[in-house]
Design a protein around this ligand. Sequence first.
Ligand code: IPE
Ligand code: IPE
Ligand code: MG
Ligand code: MG
Length: 291
Amino acid sequence: VDILSQYLSAKRDLINQALDQCLPPATAEPRIIHECMRYSVQDGKRLRPTIVLAVAETLACPVERALPTAVAVELIHTHSLILDDLPGMDNDDCRRGRPATHDRFGEGIALLAADALLNLAIVLLGANHRLIGLPAETALDIIREVGENVGTNGMIGGQVADLTFSPAVDGASMLERIHLRKTANLFRLSARAASLVAGATEHQLAALSSYAENLGLAYQIIDDILDHAKSGNPIKGRPRAGPNFATAYGIPRAHALAEQLTREALRALSGFDATAETLRSLAKANLLRPA
Ligand code: IPE
Ligand code: IPE
Ligand code: MG
Ligand code: MG
């Protein structure tokens, strides 16, 4: 195994352990919602929380200090996946290689579990002050950024634009705006929250934000290419075909755009020395990922 996969699997173990500790036990009442939250959180690649930990490492911040923030980001991400798969959204019945949350638990419990995961993320970020002694002002800044990131100018806005996208009316710039808000935003938030926890300078904060935003955009474009290639693996129905870079541009152009964004992500790191090597490897690996 290469160094990057070793790094990823070590971080995944750490994140999974922390997730397990912060989620209510599946036996706690009401059981169904806690089972559902745990079911939904299982099996992700943990890319966003890994970015949190890798950014913290780049800034010489101990991993334990960044771990609650990493967990919070993964909870927010999982919340967005539950909603994304609902019948009124992408109508997808497969997620993380298993039946989508609503197929397994019903739509009502799925909605409440998504809500509960976002709620739990806020609890964790609020506890950063007490748990790791983060200045209360910084903890508040992170929580405000989460609200903005998930809000109607962020992920929700991106998902709304995704739902209402019309290829006949909306052009490439709308496609990019959608990807920025629904996906790149959370990558950016992961880097920013980690930077704030680590006490980054304004300069570092801006550079790491730009790195993560470009990587996030490239990540969603590669996801579009992969989705386009396998055109879903539905168990029952067919997921909604939303706006997609591969469909709109063709695979070669979409891939070239992902490569360009990756170069921009790497350029944003030019002020960092070898400490940012993991972040560089993560960006390059995205272009080669199998799924
Ligand atoms: C899926 O994200 C949704 C996108 C924004 C492309 P991931 O590819 O990170 O999914 P998990 O967390 O590993 O399941
Ligand atoms: C998911 O986007 C983005 C969010 C959940 C905010 P997609 O709909 O493109 O991702 P997949 O293909 O379902 O993972
Ligand atoms: Mg979607
Ligand atoms: Mg989807």
